[in-house]
Design a protein around this ligand. Sequence first.
Ligand code: SF4
Ligand code: SF4
Length: 173
Amino acid sequence: MSFFAGFFLALWAGVKQIFKHRYTLRYPEQKLDIFMINNQKSGGYEFDAKKQVGTAGFKGRHILYMDKCTGCSLCAIACEGIADCIDMVKVDKSFVQNKKSQFPQIDYGRCVFCGFCVDACPFDCLFETPFYELATTDKRSLVYTPEMLNEYPQLKGEYVKFIPDKKSGAHHG
Ligand code: SF4
Ligand code: SF4
């Protein structure tokens, strides 16, 4: 191949990308919005205890509904053979369904996001969310108390729309 043929071939390889959708993000300034897909709210991994059926979803930081949790410890028992990162801890608030005021606390320094604790919860009060930004320089701040898990994760930064595409896979807006 001549020098000019090679030059124009290389140029064309770059130019034709201009007309294609963008696939790269300037993370961490930009993040893919996996909370909304096709204008529908996309949650994380959930498990319906009555139907014994899981709902596919991103396995990120948990959400704990303290007003439904009975403190039965089944989530902690399920985690024992996996990462042993759930401790049942006492909180100051009182809830009628939880006589001992004991709730799960999760150490994300050890959690492998398997979702077994979600499957084990018989009261539909422990799910996973699509939130994954948990990095920190302080290991102790990876321990999430029941009150922290009770708050839905705060989204920070610019979230870019995720567009599934049957032809090209997926791209963003
Ligand atoms: S998702 Fe994390 S907390 Fe739950 S069972 Fe798996 S390792 Fe344990
Ligand atoms: S989150 Fe579910 S499994 Fe865990 S203690 Fe509460 S009710 Fe029991």
